[in-house]
Design a protein around this ligand. Structure first.
Ligand SMILES: Nc1ncnc2c1ncn2[C@@H]1O[C@H](COP(=O)(O)OP(=O)(O)OP(=O)(O)O)[C@@H](O)[C@H]1O
Ligand SMILES: [Mg+2]
Length: 369
């Protein structure tokens, strides 16, 4: 049992008023847990009582059963993962790597084959209801009832989680995701990007301490993506732990404290975003020279210089072994005059390519706003 759970009693008759749920924990206010449920957990109110690890995954495996005699699919091959409380953690990987499988196991949508998972200190096998109450999950698939308005959708969701009307933050959440104007429109009239934002809103209604976002900004335009990033940062600043998967490496660099790269159901790298980016010992230099160069002088070609399509001299070099002045000195020694130069450090995309052998998949635009 996790911290703060020892006082939990399976007592359905206990009134909702004296139970603290996640809302109470996050906001200091009181509210009831999901109605009609056996949820009696008292989530720890003080941060000191909250678990150090928001998510704790050990040896997680998933084999999807094969159909019509076909062999099964090993989607997760023994994942160990710890996400610390308050952290923003990114899960990156090519299509089919197993990211959604992992998230759907946490959400209770997929049954794992082996391993354990604790959400906010709560084992998903021992206490699935409370484990699920501790996270808000934004699924990759758009699954919204098209006949309700965004306002109704959020009210229904709040009802399902037993958030009393007085404590609902429907208007505030709609504002956060930029859907105030559409609050009373039919959801079927919303664009794909708006629907995705409604999904984020839905995951927030019960104020969970952990928010899990599976491709939160796929198909969302650049401006709104940045707005959503701001929203997610605001949530994090308020103490929410965030786990997200993304195809936008820029998104991971912008948001995540730590990143795990997952490939073929296994974690192939896990580090701080900064360390991962710094891991590749590679830098590129592009030099513009006064002269029109048609063939690269032999002395420069020996150092690895080549002619870029735009006429500049290009060289990739190891940061640890070659210094920039040496390269520029060689250009000058070849009788060329440097007009301008540009350097490029490796980024998360290069790391991703190196570790998985594939470029990050292009984000799906099928639901683009
Ligand atoms: N319900 C299912 N039945 C059988 N195989 C499945 C099922 N769901 C996923 N898979 C397979 O499991 C593997 C992992 O899929 P998953 O959806 O977890 O990948 P992902 O990393 O989320 O990919 P993407 O980036 O495309 O969203 C894939 O090979 C996929 O085909
Ligand atoms: Mg997925």
């Amino acid at each position: 049992m996790g911290p703060g759970l020892s006082s939990a009693r399976p007592d359905d008759t206990q009134s909702g008023a004296d139970r603290k749920d996640l809302t109470a924990q996050m906001t200091g206010s009181h509210s009831t847990p999901p109605t009609g449920s056996a949820i009696v957990t008292r989530f720890p109110a003080a941060p000191a009582e909250a678990p150090a690890l928001a998510l704790e995954i050990r040896g997680l495996r998933k084999t999807y059963a094969g159909r019509r005699g076909k062999p099964g699919k090993d989607a997760l091959n023994g994942i160990d993962l710890e996400v610390r409380r308050g952290e923003m953690f990114g899960l990156l990987g090519p299509n089919g790597a197993g990211k959604s499988t992992l998230i759907n196991i946490l959400a209770g949508l997929v049954v794992k084959s082996a391993g354990t998972a604790r959400i906010w200190g709560i084992d998903i096998d021992q206490d699935p209801r409370n484990a699920r109450a501790a996270i808000g999950v934004v699924p990759q698939e758009l699954n919204i009832d098209a006949f309700f308005s965004p306002r109704e959708t959020l009210e229904l969701q709040a009802g399902m989680y037993g958030v009393p009307p007085a404590e609902r933050r429907t208007a505030e959440i709609l504002e956060t995701v930029g859907l105030t104007d559409k609050a009373d429109a039919y959801t079927r009239s919303l664009s794909g990007g708006m629907r995705r934002r409604l999904l984020v809103a839905k995951a927030m209604v019960h104020n969970p301490p952990i928010l899990v976002l599976d491709e939160p900004t796929a198909g969302v335009d650049v401006e709104l993506r940045r707005k959503l990033w701001d929203n997610v940062r605001t949530l994090r600043d308020g103490g929410v732990t965030v786990l997200l998967t993304t195809h936008y490496l820029e998104e991971a660099e912008a948001l995540c404290d730590r990143v795990a790269i997952i490939d073929h159901g296994a974690i192939v790298a896990l580090d701080t975003t900064r360390n991962l980016v710094g891991r590749l010992d590679r830098k590129e230099l592009l030099v513009t020279v006064e002269e029109a160069v048609e063939t690269v002088p032999a002395a420069l070609a020996e150092l690895g210089f080549a002619l870029a399509p735009d006429g500049r001299l290009h060289v990739a070099y190891a940061k640890s072994r070659t210094r920039l002045p040496r390269l520029l000195g060689a250009v000058q020694a070849a009788g060329l005059h440097v007009v301008d130069l540009e350097t490029r450090e490796s980024d998360l995309e290069d790391i991703f390519l190196e570790l998985t052998g594939t470029r990050p998949p292009a984000p799906s635009d099928e639901h683009a706003a």
